[in-house]
Design a protein around this ligand. Sequence first.
Ligand code: IVH
Length: 707
Amino acid sequence: MRGLLPPYTDVMPDAPPPADAAARAAELRRAIAHHDRLYYQDDAPDISDEAYDALWHELKELEAAHPELVTPESPTQRVSGTPLDGLESAEHVAPMLSLDSSAKEEAFRQFDARLRKALGDDVPLRYSLEPKLDGLSIELVYEGGRLTRAVTRGDGRTGEVITANARTIRSLPLELDGSVRPLPPLLSVRGEVFLALQAFDDVNERLIQEGKPPFASPRNVAAGTVRQLDPALAASRPLSVYAYDVLEAGAGDDGHGALATHTEVLAAMRDWGLPVNPENALADDADGVWRAFEAFAERRDHLPYEVDGLVVKLDDLAARRRLGTTAHHPRWAYAIKFAPRKEVSQVLRIIASVGRTGVVTPVALLRPVNIGGVTVARANLHNREDVERKDIREGDTVRVERAGDVIPQVIERIEVAGAEERGAPFRMPERCPSCGTELVARGPYSLCPNAFGCPAQAVARLVHFGSRAALDVEGLGEVTARLLVEEGLVKELPDLFDLRAADFERLEGFAELSAANLEANVAKAAATTLPRFLVALGVPDTGPAVARTLAGRFGSVEALRAADADTLAAVHGIGPIMAEAIAGFFADPKNARVVDALLDGRVQVAPFEVVAPASDALAGTTLVFTGALERFTRGAAEALVAKLGGKAASSVSTKTTLVVAGADAGSKLEKAVALGVPVADEEGFLAFLEERGVAPGEVAALVGGAE
Ligand code: IVH
């Protein structure tokens, strides 16, 4: 590369850059990008480190002499900008779903059988196989070929903008290569950011030398690093990325354009210069997948990064479209997970720990043990019966298991020769270890009934209140929550909003700046959405998905509070037991007081758009629209179903109530016939509505209101 143009030597800062300076800079950038690709992606560098450094050196000098030549895509600009005050959030170009998964062969075979049944025997089920990298999913947006945005997965719809940190990933092109294949004007790809094991060791070694605590796992480093506010710090932790899917390419299509297979999608990404895992492979059927999985498991410990399984994706994109997705995962992909990691350790003590809902759980404090890169010093023993059944006592040698992000578990006691003298059996305390209230039994569980006076519950509630899926108060972790409760500053959740920086400053470990930051973070979190607010309150059984359902049905806290159990149970996805629990929660006067106080100027909950206000006429039904309709657009018909309390699905199954087929209906209609699902045309659909008490006039009004 070097020597294509003569070295540029003009250093007159004020003169406009001569054309050859600009040309040389462009040439150097191309050369560096080319060598980066050979080095980071193909693992096949073809110049020496010195020669590569010389290219950099020359480019830096040239840019120093002619700052106007610097472009955002220059490799010298990977670490750019000043530290941020906080991360912004952004909506994904297309939703980022999760994966259906299991560690069991049987479950994967069932997945394969489901696909064969749905697609018919004439579609060959070729699978694309990819290592399931244990990192973080991100979306990368390229506009006009330039990297304009990188967003964490977040809740799947919205994530945090981490562009500055993503730019520091050396294997990620800042500008795509359009020379092999035309570039779409807008390209959104999904990939996994991770830290290679070697880099993990380097990062930790440096931390230890600086006298700082090391990270527990590469994944933790990756997660902490992408959310860094200072890109320079991110750059010091050399992350990697592999792209594995196109979310969107160009206006309106589903990202795959003229491409017919996932293999072609991967090839396209590679052509554009994106890093694609060279381990990706293909299998012709389920047997082939399983053989590949077993072979892959053998190699697991020899890979340069952590993996937690194998992702299996249907290769045929048209078949994928026929299968569609659930709200949680695509029906055409499956993750076969590795058996969780297990290690042996010793129980030092067994303590009783009080959770947010008052459940008291026995927890084993262990001799710290490294399980698959994570140091484990505590493990869950679940409940009284579980401890008794496994007969775990202090001093015992035990097998501990860590499965992904889940809390480590004690699986079993191991008999050790010479350790026949054992400690006394564990006894659940009779009184709450935090507040001293007598515990009550709930089946195998023990419960502290002092919900509003127990400090441990208050701490756990506060931690939950500020957690990511809830109000997301940055800086309100376990330690701070405990201090706030212990110092008497927070007795109930609303108290948090009455505190000012001066109050926080009194807490151990806080200074003027950190106290001011916490006050600002609390104030920022106070403006929230209805789903987040419901999660934060700890409404029973209400995680983000149920919270969205409730928000979509009721629109405001007031409307939800006013609903009785029957009304709640009529909502699609809410069962009668959940309905009772939710209604009971709001009926409890103590909870009501907390909600009132929060809504009394402390928290601002934005109203949520109600999707199903009209009636429950179609409650419990699932409709699928296919082919061209005449009276409605597909969207209007689906919105109508939702407004009437039904569900509009994109694929046909035995659970489908009715398939409404317009002109040129294709495979969905065939499938409905094959499965014996009722089929109707548009007239039949209106008749179906009328049977359920929805008059034609009402249909017109509802559809009119939808546009
Ligand atoms: S595909 C709609 N491919 O696994 C497709 N995911 O458990 C969904 N992951 O959130 C993802 N390697 O963070 C896919 N080759 C791969 C992957 C992969 C790792 C992660 C990803 C996802 C999680 C789901």
